[in-house]
Every structure is written in structure tokens, then in C-alpha cells.
Design a protein around this ligand. Structure first.
Ligand SMILES: C[S@@+](CC[C@H](N)C(=O)[O-])C[C@H]1O[C@@H](n2cnc3c(N)ncnc32)[C@H](O)[C@@H]1O
Length: 319
């Protein structure tokens, strides 16, 4: 990648480069806090949390990322070092690199101050518009893949709950000629409308300003999209939303739950997003099995799962 960067790199490489700090910090934190020393023998999560002096739930999130990075393995519900971790990250090994990682971890906080070191007017503030534009970068990249993977031929209408920039709504409207309603929170709906207008979709994608957990958002839809929503809701809110979706779909209507999700072999992007949720305190990445269960409990049948290049999809049908 170094060589490629000199000539200019592609969009995926640039996005990966911009987020490389996430994986780096996971490895530095695990090493600096002696996690690999505790994993020379298989440990249950409870045992490991006790030994390492860690919060159990937060440690589980970190371990998912370490598994995805190939440094920890999970066997029969117990965690143990991978070969790489055993060779380089356990104190006492002749190839031990951990002293440097511990040093690098100490410097990490200083690096987080780089903006202020260089720029006099740096601000952390983010407007709703900037937030939606940031999400839109990812949404536009994933929307076509999602619309292609869930076949909505023959359907007429779709509701997109918490539709953000409207990128998914546009992709489904374009591919299947659907009438799409984007439901957005009252503090964001105006921004969504503005972005749709700029893209020339204002007349074909309707925006409803409403709280999807409390307000009426219409009914009789043939499909409902719940994309990147469940990770920031509380568990009881997830159930409430999915039940409300079930009530408002037409018979035979399909629900599409999309986003980062975890399973027994976590993918790196999903696991690192889990750590992101942990550090920002905004929620947690859901497990595929849990989302399937929620859909069943909400009354859906024919539950199916599909894997996109980075994210996961769970669908269900209202009979
Ligand atoms: C993480 S973004 C996901 C946006 C888009 N669905 C996507 O996949 O990129 C969550 C969106 O849900 C909206 N939202 C959050 N809580 C909501 C609520 N209670 N009712 C309606 N919209 C909500 C937010 O304003 C935001 O645009």
C-alpha cells in the first residue's frame, strides 16, 4: 500500500487508512494492559475479566476485535492467544514486541491532540448536516449492493426508518420504482429533505418528520428498511420498533434490517464498529442471532440472513 500511496490510492484504501487508528488502538490497549499474558491458557470471559481487572461487557467487545484481527481465538466459548500473539505479545517470549506497544500506547493520547497542536481554530463540534454527510459517504457506497441483494420486484412502497441522507431510499426507488417514505427524527428531517432536493429526488422520495418509536408513520407499506438503527437503540426500543414495523407493514410485507452485526467469526469492520460504539458510549453492535430472534418475537416469519461486502442483512416477512 505504501508504494501505491505515492501514486495516489483508491477510495477503499483511503478510508481504511483514515480508520487505521481503530485497529491500532485495539492492539495497543490489549498489549499495554497485559491481556495476552492472561491468555496463554484458555479462559472464560468471566475468568479473564477477573484476572485482567476489566469490565466484562467492554472486554467482550475488545475480544471480538482481537479475534477479527487474528490475535485471539475462541474455542468452546473460551479465549486464548493465537500463534501470532503467543509469539510476539507475551512477555518472556524471545520475540516479544510488547515493550514497544506499551510505549506507543502511552503516546496515543498525545497523538489525539494533533489537531490542536497544529491548528489554532480546530473545533470538535459536528452539526446534524455534517453528521448526515459523513454517514452518507458510507451509505452511498453500500446502498446499491443492498438494493441489489434484497429483491423487491413487484412491490410498490417502502418506508425507510431513520433514513439519514436518503441514500438507501434513492437506491431502492431507482432500482424498483418504489414510492419511498423516509421517516426522520424532527431534529434532522429538514436536512434529509434538503439533501434529497439537491439530488433531485425531493418529489419522488417523501420525508416524514416523526419519532419512529412514538409517532404515527403511516401503514400499508410493502417493505420497511431499518438500516444502521438497532445498534444505538436500547434492547426494549429495538423490540418496540420492530413490533411497530410489523403492525404497519401490509400482509406479505418484508422488513430489511441492515448494518454491522456480529456472529461467531466476527468481521473486522463490524468488530471495530463495536469498539467505536463502546468508546463513544452510544450503543452496541448486535449479534445476528439476536436480531433473528427479535424479528421472530415481533411476529415475522421466513427469517433470512445475507452477507454484503462489509455489512449484514436480516429479512423477515409479515404473513
Ligand atoms: C446511524 S443513522 C442511520 C442512517 C441510515 N439509515 C443509514 O443506514 O445510513 C440513524 C438515523 O436515525 C435517525 N433517528 C434516530 N432516532 C430516531 C427516531 N427516534 N425517530 C426517527 N429517526 C431517528 C437519526 O436522525 C439518523 O439519521
Amino acid at each position: 500500500m505504501g508504494e501505491q500511496r505515492k501514486q495516489g490510492c483508491g477510495d477503499i484504501e483511503l478510508l481504511r487508512l483514515a480508520e487505521a487508528y481503530r485497529a491500532a488502538k485495539v492492539v495497543l490497549t490489549a498489549s499495554a494492559n497485559s491481556l495476552f499474558e492472561h491468555l496463554t491458557a484458555p479462559r472464560s470471559l468471566e475468568e479473564l475479566a477477573e484476572l485482567a481487572g476489566a469490565r466484562r461487557d467492554a472486554l467482550e467487545v475488545l475480544l471480538e476485535a482481537l479475534i477479527a484481527l487474528g490475535l485471539v481465538e475462541r474455542k468452546d466459548g473460551r479465549y486464548v492467544n493465537s500463534e501470532t500473539a503467543a509469539k510476539y505479545l507475551v512477555r518472556g517470549s524471545s520475540d516479544y514486541l510488547g515493550s514497544w506497544l506499551k510505549h506507543a500506547n502511552r503516546n496515543f493520547r498525545r497523538w489525539a491532540e494533533l489537531d490542536e497542536r497544529v491548528f489554532l481554530r480546530y473545533s470538535e463540534e459536528e452539526s446534524r448536516e455534517e453528521f448526515l454527510q459523513a454517514l452518507d459517504v458510507c451509505a452511498r457506497r453500500r446502498a446499491e449492493e443492498l438494493a441489489e441483494c434484497v429483491d423487491l420486484r413487484g412491490r410498490r412502497s417502502m418506508v425507510d426508518l431513520g433514513g439519514g441522507s436518503g441514500a438507501y431510499a434513492i437506491a431502492f426507488a431507482r432500482r424498483y420504482g418504489l414510492e419511498v417514505t423516509v421517516v426522520e427524527h424532527p431534529d434532522t428531517a429538514e436536512v434529509t429533505g434538503r439533501i434529497l432536493e439537491e439530488r433531485g429526488w425531493k418529489n419522488r422520495v417523501r420525508v416524514v418528520s416523526a419519532d419512529f418509536l412514538r409517532d404515527d408513520f403511516g401503514s400499508g407499506y410493502d417493505a420497511a428498511l431499518v438500516s444502521n438503527i438497532l445498534h444505538f437503540l436500547k434492547e426494549e426500543e429495538c423490540m418496540r420498533l420492530l413490533r411497530r414495523v410489523h403492525q404497519r407493514l401490509a400482509e406479505g410485507g418484508v422488513v430489511i434490517v441492515h448494518g454491522f452485526m456480529l456472529d461467531d467469526t466476527p468481521r473486522l469492520q463490524s468488530a471495530l464498529f463495536g469498539v467505536h460504539m463502546l468508546v463513544t458510549g452510544r450503543g452496541r453492535v448486535r449479534r445476528l442471532s439476536q436480531v433473528r430472534r427479535w424479528l421472530e418475537q415481533a411476529g415475522f416469519s421466513e427469517i433470512g440472513t445475507r452477507r454484503l461486502s462489509e455489512s449484514e442483512v436480516v429479512t423477515g416477512v409479515k404473513e
